[in-house]
Design a protein around this ligand. Structure first.
Ligand code: BV8
Length: 232
């Protein structure tokens, strides 16, 4: 444990499942009601803005009734107490890591509580419904869209993520199916740079074979146990 100084943690929808937020794949998943290409692509946004804005409005509203769970709280404690570098790279667009108190968080797929102007690129904090054609507070163009990275769009801050993976001594993946790239490839990158790798997930994922160790179970149990051991 003493040789570990820099940690990168990747989180996915599974870490928020016990907070009542639906995951994407699996029974009752978000995608179950929708085809991915109908709600999570630039083409969908152009073709049916009402559907896409409505899909994210519903998820933004669900945030109001969700609270961080023991896994988010444990990661926030590690963030506060870990003396080395630590970066929580989340694929999630909820704000549960921040509401648990974590500060070193990077949302690579965007955030529900942010609106992006498709014209001037300025972001505006947004907590209510975001109807299509809403004027941008900065440039006034009717071009505000959900600040979400759709399929075919470049995830945010990839250079910063790649640098963190290059510097990492430990890469931990929590609550993700390993179905979406480039996030699903981070474990291979981390290993190539010599990092140790650990997966904490409810079930085996598409990437489990790449991890040096995989522990199966709910994040609310596995993550506090792992953080306690890291801070012991
Ligand atoms: C890009 C928006 C390039 C936010 C999302 C290489 C190979 C193959 C394909 C590609 C490739 N490179 C690019 C692609 C295409 C594509 C892709 O990966 N397609 C897949 C489907 C094959 N990737 C992209 O398009 C990405 N862009 O690469 O751009 C580029 C280059 C130059 C110029 C321009 C562009 C963009 C990807 C982002 C797409 N946006 N969503 C939102 O709506 O929330 S993806 C969506 O899936 C979410 O972001 C989500 O985060 C992501 C991954 O899902 P998970 O988080 O893993 O959730 P899931 O339900 O799948 O799994 C939950 C897991 O939790 C399960 O394993 C379950 O067992 C576990 N679990 C459940 N309960 C618990 C639990 N674990 C613990 N405790 C519990 N209680």
């Amino acid at each position: 444990m003493s040789k570990i100084r820099n940690i990168v943690i990747l989180t996915g929808a599974g870490i928020s499942a016990e907070s009542g937020l639906a995951t994407f794949r699996g029974p009752g998943g978000l995608w179950e009601g929708h085809r991915v290409e109908d709600v999570c692509t630039p083409e969908a946004l152009a073709h049916d803005p009402e559907l896409v804005h409505g899909f994210y409005d519903a998820r933004r509203a669900a945030l109001a009734t969700a609270a961080p769970n023991a896994a988010h709280v444990a990661l926030a404690r590690l963030d506060a107490e870990w003396p080395g570098d630590l970066l929580i790279v989340t694929q999630n667009v909820d704000d549960l890591h921040e509401r648990a108190g974590a500060t070193r968080v990077l949302h690579m797929h965007g955030e529900l509580r942010s609106a992006l102007c498709a014209l001037c690129g300025v972001r505006t904090e947004w907590s209510d419904d975001l109807p299509p054609g809403e004027p941008c507070p900065n440039c006034d163009a009717p071009a505000l869209r959900p600040d979400i990275v759709f399929f075919g769009e470049m995830p945010y801050q990839m250079e910063r993520i790649e640098q963190a993976l290059a510097d990492a001594d430990l890469f931990v993946s929590i609550g993700t199916s390993g179905a979406v790239y480039p996030a699903a490839g981070f474990v291979q990158g981390a290993r190539a740079y010599g990092a140790d790798t650990l997966e904490l997930n409810l079930e085996a994922s598409a990437g489990s074979a790449y991890f040096a160790a995989t522990r199966l179970g709910p994040a609310s149990k596995l993550v506090p146990e792992w953080v306690d051991a890291m801070l012991a």
